[in-house]
Design a protein around this ligand. Structure first.
Ligand code: NAD
Length: 358
């Protein structure tokens, strides 16, 4: 059956990098029978300019009807002075909430060819391949009550609430275990169970889920402060990490930075039906937008994740990942990952090089 993909280029470098990812999808369609139909839509600043809001109702409807969404990036200085409720980023949040994308998958992969780009020693990070699974729709970012109140003594007090119901913990742990089964079979659940009752429950539920349904998975637990330290000290010890919304936000950025190349990292956000939104982890890079120099590989690798997690085409996903490896082996580099002796190429040439290998 033909699968529907909604393409949302967004702002800044979004349209440039998404164009290269679409080239790759087209090549897979023509050469390897990938049965997909692409539809384009508006989100972020582009949607504000065209319709007055960052997430038009039509875009959300298109996204709900699609098997997967491919997103570039949103935001930029042009829209920064707008009220926070109608800024481009609200478009993303609206898509996450509207599609109930509770599982955020952030791989931190360091291609051996790029080991020199990391701020850590090459031997510590070369070949790094971690998958961080972050809960995305619950926890302290959404818990009620929240706000800033004035106390009896006139002093102001800020407050937020960390809440997780058992089903929220259970479903994200299951996602992590299912992914671990296709990788190294190890899951490290990150919490702060020594201080926060909410994450004491997290640990208890994670242990129960694994002992009931994933006896083949090797589960370990780690406090978040130790996890941050271990990520920097010995990152290759991890296979899959699963954690709450805020801890995942912080740890996945730290893990991404281990690789030193923000233009290389894809991400996926999935709902219970396995439908998902796929996007590079970086933003719209307004400083280089329109110059044709952005690195499209994170977006192209997001397509690989889409093929693996929403379109059930793991062989084609691997084909893209292999093609990226071959392009790097050839020494082709966009400016952000350029090093001595390599060949500098622009965004479109990088896309063409991947297309040549898929
Ligand atoms: P950014 O990720 O856009 O850029 C950070 C730095 O990395 C910049 O120097 C940029 O040139 C570089 N960079 C990013 N992607 C690159 C690529 N593919 N190739 C080469 N270089 C690349 O982060 P920022 O500057 O903090 O934010 C810029 C805008 O993007 C803001 O409006 C922000 O709100 C938005 N943003 C959007 C998302 C998203 O759409 N998911 C995520 C983060 C930031």
């Amino acid at each position: 059956m033909t699968k529907k993909i909604l393409v949302l280029p967004g702002d800044g470098i979004g349209p440039e990098i998404v164009a290269e990812a679409v080239k790759v999808l087209e090549a897979l369609r023509q050469r390897h029978g990938l049965d997909v139909e692409l539809e384009h839509g508006l989100v972020g600043g582009a949607a504000i300019d065209a319709t007055g809001g960052p997430l038009p109702a039509e875009t959300l409807e298109q996204a709900k009807a699609a098997d997967a969404v491919l997103l570039g990036a949103v935001g930029g200085p042009k829209w920064e002075s707008l009220d926070i409720g109608i800024r481009p980023e609200k478009g993303l949040l609206g898509l996450r909430a509207g599609l109930d994308l509770f599982a955020n998958l952030r791989p931190a992969i360091l291609y051996p060819q790029l080991a020199g780009a990391s701020s850590l020693k090459a031997e510590i990070v070369a070949g790094l391949d971690i998958m961080i699974v972050r809960e995305l729709t619950g926890g302290i970012y959404f818990g009620q009550p929240r706000g800033i109140r004035t106390l009896d003594n006139g002093e102001r007090q800020g407050f937020n609430t960390l809440v997780y119901a058992e089903h929220e913990i259970e479903r994200i742990v299951r996602v992590a275990c299912d992914i671990a089964r296709k990788r190294g079979g190890r899951v490290c659940s990150v919490d702060k169970a020594n201080v926060l009752e909410c994450t004491e429950l997290w640990r208890e539920v994670a242990t129960r889920v694994v002992s009931q349904d994933y006896v083949d998975i090797q589960l370990s637990h780690m406090y978040v402060d130790n996890a941050a330290m271990q990520l920097v000290k010995w990152p290759k010890q991890f296979d899959v990490m699963v954690t709450s919304n805020m801890f995942g936000d912080i740890l996945s950025d730290a893990a991404a930075m281990l690789t030193g190349s923000i233009g290389m990292l894809p991400s996926a956000s999935l709902n219970a039906e396995g439908r998902g939104m796929y996007e590079p982890i970086h933003g719209s890079a307004p400083d280089i937008a329109g110059q044709g120099v952005a690195n499209p590989l994170a977006t192209i690798l997001s397509v690989a994740m889409m093929l693996r997690y929403s379109l059930d085409e793991p062989a084609l996903a691997e084909r893209i990942e292999q093609a990226v490896n071959q392009v790097l082996d050839q020494g082709l580099r966009t400016p952000d990952i350029l090093s001595e002796g390599m060949t500098q190429v622009n965004c479109a040439a990088m896309g063409d090089a991947v297309v040549a290998f898929v």
